[in-house]
Design a protein around this ligand. Structure first.
Ligand code: SF4
Ligand code: SF4
Length: 386
């Protein structure tokens, strides 16, 4: 990580023109809700949306505001979703700057941030789960998958330890397409959440561990399930740490290639109406909007209806930026709000392409008592494979 010049950081924060567009006004005027999910799902105070968060950051940096957990709350009550950045006309990237502020002010008290970092350092995942259970889902599938190959499936902590259906269906798709692939014995966490919450030095050390582990598999191509893993391995490692990586692909990119090469034969699903949730890290950060939609639309019998807004101005599920562990009630409330919007499309299924989004949307669905199902693109694709 290059050293941060505090004067430059202040200068960037001062790019904010205090126009307040990032609150919600543009979309309200267009007749639908949304820019900042925090603003919409809290009391709506100034510090709930980016304009106020920037003022708090400046005051904490200058010392005019004491560096207490309470005063720092608004900095961590942000999903770093980047939607304010889409609408902001000033010459800066507010969500990225907020990540830098968290790094510079990483001595601010934040228990959830510290617990996650400790868990990644000690057991290689943010959930404090037994790392030896990483390949259990493969055993359950009965697939004989090696630990080294030119193509590596980097499962990720959420698919590997929490929503293993995503891992299983990914492996079954790769298997159906006759792709030889490996899964690591002891896969480390990519460290995304360390970066988002300001534990950048530990994230750099962790990145070195991940790179060594990937190298040991002999992989020339790495396939990931998680939008956060994608951004971290493909973009952050090189941009923040200067680390050269092999080719990193999200499973939607790889599946699109498999479909184009006719390696997957699809049967018709029973005339189902689905909608799609754009994960912030996949969409706004990596600009992958069309691949998941093309896969969904390639499945006969599936009718895709869009929720508004979508693509680069899609509303976050509320899980990102460490928010799910920092303020789980708010995170779930945002997810329930999203589920309400998905229900209004008339779809019976929400499809996402990120296990972390799926986890939170399911939590939101429970809170809302919704009967709409939440699945990953690979779940839908797997159902359609003959
Ligand atoms: S962050 Fe951008 S959109 Fe928001 S108040 Fe500042 S200049 Fe306006
Ligand atoms: S990054 Fe997202 S959650 Fe954070 S202030 Fe901007 S719109 Fe709100």
């Amino acid at each position: 990580m290059t050293e941060i010049d505090l004067d430059d950081l202040r200068e960037e924060l001062l790019q904010c023109r205090r126009c307040g567009i990032c609150r919600n006004s543009v979309y309200e005027a267009k007749g639908f809700d949304g820019i900042c999910p925090i603003w919409r799902n809290t009391s709506g105070f100034e510090t709930s949306f980016m304009r106020g968060k920037i003022q708090v950051a400046l005051a904490l940096l200058d010392g005019t505001l004491e560096r207490t957990a309470e005063n720092a709350e608004s900095l961590y009550q942000c999903a770093l979703c980047g939607n304010c950045t889409q609408i902001c006309a000033a010459e800066f990237h507010p969500a990225h700057i907020m990540e830098t502020v968290r790094y510079v002010l990483n001595e601010l008290p934040n228990e959830s941030r510290d617990k996650i970092a400790e868990s990644i350092k000690s057991v290689d995942n943010p959930y404090n789960e037994d790392p030896s259970s990483r390949r259990v889902w493969l055993e359950e599938l009965g697939l004989n998958v090696p630990t080294s190959s030119e193509i590596l499936y980097f499962v990720g902590c959420t698919s590997g330890l929490r929503i293993q259906n995503i891992a299983k269906n990914t492996a079954l798709i790769l298997n159906a397409a006759k792709t030889d692939f490996a899964v690591m014995e002891n896969e480390p966490c990519c460290g995304s959440v360390m970066m988002r919450t300001g534990r950048m030095e530990e994230a750099r050390e962790n990145a070195e561990k991940v790179v060594d582990a990937i190298k040991a598999t002999g992989a020339k191509k790495v396939i990931v399930s998680c939008a956060g893993c994608l951004k971290t391995l493909r973009k952050d490692y090189s941009e923040k740490f200067g680390i050269e990586m092999p080719e990193i692909l999200h499973i939607v990119e790889y599946s699109k290639e498999l479909l184009a090469e006719n390696k997957l034969k699809l049967k018709s699903l029973d005339n189902i109406k689905v909608t799609y949730h754009d994960p912030c890290h996949l969409g706004r950060e990596m600009e992958i909007y069309e691949e998941p939609r093309e896969i969904i639309q390639a499945i006969p019998g599936v009718n895709l209806v869009e929720v508004n807004p979508n693509r680069n101005t899609a509303i976050c599920c509320g899980a990102g930026g460490g928010l799910r562990s920092y303020d789980s009630d708010l995170s779930r409330k945002i997810a329930a709000d999203r589920m309400k919007a998905f229900e209004e499309t008339g779809a019976k299924t929400v499809v996402s392409a990120c296990p972390f989004c799926e986890t939170n949307l399911i939590a939101g669905s429970k809170l809302l008592d919704s009967d709409i199902e939440v699945v990953d693109v690979v779940d839908l694709l797997r159902r359609a494979i003959e």
